[in-house]
Design a protein around this ligand. Structure first.
Ligand code: DX5
Ligand code: ZN
Length: 218
């Protein structure tokens, strides 16, 4: 059973609460919230204010993807705003272990994300502490990019690593996920599928959630 995580990056920001409620009703498990600072990635999106504004409108699991430098400076604000899980980029943390501990101490679930080129070895020694590992299947910064197939063996290797260590860590994939790539990543071992343009760019986002789930489980 995979989980579907619609990314609000491609949603209508003028009607954000309504857009979220559509995918919540469609049974999507996680709401993927992309935070960009114009430094770690070449794009700027939203801050904790938007998370806080959305929180009373949804019971979904808020999965906050921090594509920012110095995530330890801002993680507490996102948790206060209502993030259920905070995911930081390994490439953005000089002291990744400290950053992971900080999120856990504040009572949120914690994830670490890796860019497409970043080896799994970077997270080997923190893996047992993580609730989730987010493997980027595009270079982060924008929605609507093309899936990078070279990440498939990395999903398989992480899946083996998690199994060998007897962990319950979820593998999330993000970028270029649609009904075609969903089957590939699910087969490789992904548990949580982020999709932005394939859901919010579709004429019927609720149907798109169901279609991606069906493709992943086929
Ligand atoms: C990319 C973001 C993604 C993005 C995915 O930097 O982290 O979450 O919204 O968008 P799609 O599904 O359109 O590739
Ligand atoms: Zn994301």
């Amino acid at each position: 059973m995979v989980k579907i995580a619609p990314s609000i990056l491609s949603a209508d920001f003028a009607h954000l609460a309504q857009s979220v409620q559509v995918v919540e009703k469609a049974g999507a498990e996680y709401l993927h919230i992309d935070v960009m600072d114009g430094h770690f990635v070449p794009n700027i999106t939203i801050g904790p204010l938007v998370v806080q504004a959305l929180r009373p409108h949804s019971k979904m699991f808020f999965d906050v993807h921090l594509m920012i430098e110095q995530p330890d400076r801002y993680a507490p604000d996102f948790i206060k705003a209502g993030a259920d899980l905070v995911c930081v980029h390994a490439e953005a943390c000089t002291h990744l272990h400290r950053c992971v501990c900080q999120v856990k101490e504040l009572g949120a679930r914690v994830g670490v994300s890796l860019n497409p080129h970043t080896p799994l070895s970077l997270i080997e020694y923190v893996l047992p502490m993580l609730d989730l590992v987010l493997l980027m299947t595009v270079n982060p910064g924008f929605g609507g990019q093309k899936f990078i197939p070279e990440v498939l063996p990395k999903i398989e290797a992480l899946s083996r690593m998690i199994e060998e260590k007897g962990l319950a860590t979820e593998i999330e994939v993000d970028g270029g996920i649609n009904t075609e790539t969903a089957a590939l990543v699910a087969r490789a071992g992904a548990d949580v599928l982020v999709a932005g343009s394939a859901i919010f760019g579709a004429a019927d986002p609720a149907r798109a959630v169901a279609a991606i789930r069906k493709a992943a489980e086929s």
